[in-house]
Design a binder for this molecule. Sequence first.
Ligand SMILES: *Cc1c(COP(=O)(O)O)cnc(C)c1O
Length: 437
Amino acid sequence: MANSLYENLKHSDPDVYDSVLRETDREHETLELIASENFVSYAVLEAAGGVMTNKYAEGYPGRRYYGGCEWVDVAEDIARDRVKKLFDAEYANVQPHSGSQANMAAYFTFLKPGDVIMGLDLSHGGHLTHGSPVNFSGRLFDVVSYQVEKETGRVDFDKLLKRAKEEKPKLIICGGSAYPRNIEFEKYRQVADAAGAFLLADIAHPAGLVATGIHPSPWPHCHVVTSTTHKTLRGPRGGLILMGEDWENSWGMVAPKSGRVKMVSELIDSNVMPGIQGGPLMHIIAAKAVAFGEALQPEFSDYCAQIVKNAKAMAETFLRLDFRLVSGGTDTHVILIDLTDKNITGKVAEKSLEAAGITVNKNMVPYDERSPMVTSGIRVGTPAMTTRGMGVDEMQQIAQMIGRLISAPDDSTVQSKIRQEVKELTSRFPLYPDLRT
Ligand SMILES: *Cc1c(COP(=O)(O)O)cnc(C)c1O
């Protein structure tokens, strides 16, 4: 497939062709441990690279602002049907261009500028869009951040309840980007009810684990759920919004300024488009449909179970090597290593691992005294390497390599030795062999 596609690129634009080819080689030759990344199937790549990129389709299936939408309607309907089945949802919007856009549209549905929101602090594992001052969420809303406990790395729900009662947020956001444990939806809902707040679950990270029942379900606890499609869900880069079974009944309808009372689902749809986006990325929506179809297969459940098994094996190895892990381990695909006692920053660790062909990201740990550009931690995740077929043995081996590099970050002999081991390991688990030269 892709060879013929690249054939045109190769001749018409050798420079971009070269960058694409080198990226493909990089993905094959390195150990990808960034917890938010994954490798999509050839089928997802084909749909994402297809002609639906040409089509304007503002609106929703059956009610578009443009003609000629019959076939993109089919793709979007398939995407919506499949994702509803996958997550046991009653309502789905698959148009958000990204996880951030999904959050923005959801916030605009439930909030007005200046309303109080409560989200997990970015430096405690939250996300930019959960109220960071440099993000739209922090600029438009009045943010009250909550934190995890120093000892446990987990949220203290008694404290959260007390805080929520004082601050009276309109929306509480649960979920995050560097939180290694399952999200306790039920406990958050008790807090939300006591404070009179809506509860939004951002499952961008564990979405695949949620879809396969490995992570607890957000229903019936969360009023609205947002996600990305490209992390554990292993689809194209994008976002989505879901509501569960009792969504219209249990918390009724939201009345707009004038006119007829609208259903919440209608409000979400109109906050995505025309609220914050124009034309949807129909090629990406087609690719989302393909990925949701893949995620409905039994093999995807096996895949997600293996992700967690791999993360636990890796975490155990790190603990044996005397690393400190935030919360002491993991329930998911994420491990957050606290390097505070290791005399190395997250920044230096990231660089030294990268030089050996191991890709991770530096990450703040809770109560970090270093800046976000330096940090005292690294975040490690298993979804991408599990996609390549690696198992517990490989995870243990990789954790050992990380241990050796971190104890000798400036030793170029160690780096080149490990670079060799990485090469050997990656060549046993080929990635996109048809797309490489
Ligand atoms: C990744 C992530 C997002 C945003 O996704 P983008 O597609 O990068 O905008 C939102 N929330 C959480 C918790 C995330 O981890």
